[in-house]
Design a binder for this molecule. Structure first.
Ligand code: SF4
Ligand code: ZN
Length: 127
């Protein structure tokens, strides 16, 4: 998988230059501490919009760009053909622990497999 390399115009202002690229990788079981740091960086980043646009255009599937998961999804065209499209899906809160995460699938509602099995040590916060 290609390493994350923001274009030169993003280098000076991006909020993630000191973070590990792996923290932006979409996974069913991310290192949540590092991943949450990445989510926080994205949500406060001054170049979010440019970053997301570049991630979509460069087919940066499988990573978070500009606070969104860039995913390849199956779609059916109007004439009934099955094809794949690149789609951006915003970060969301885990349905179990309420932490923010970048989903590795569009319909993912929990931050990790560990969380869905109740094994991550986090408790759902009281509403
Ligand atoms: S939006 Fe996120 S991934 Fe993009 S440059 Fe900013 S911190 Fe890095
Ligand atoms: Zn969770």
């Amino acid at each position: 998988m290609a390493l994350r390399e923001p274009p030169p115009e993003l280098h000076q202002r991006n909020a993630c230059r000191d973070l590990e690229p792996e923290a932006f990788m979409l996974s069913p079981n991310p290192d949540m501490a590092a991943h949450q740091e990445a989510v926080r960086a994205c949500l406060s980043c001054p170049v979010r919009r440019t970053c997301l646009q570049w991630g979509m255009e460069s087919q940066g599937v499988g990573f978070m760009w500009g606070g969104q998961s860039v995913l390849q999804v199956d779609v059916t065209t109007p004439d009934g053909q099955r094809t794949k499209r690149v789609r951006a899906v915003p970060v969301r809160q885990c349905a179990r622990c309420t932490r923010w995460f970048a989903p590795y699938r569009a319909n993912r509602t929990v931050c990790s497999d560990r969380c869905s099995r109740g094994r991550n040590g986090y408790q759902r916060r009281a509403a």
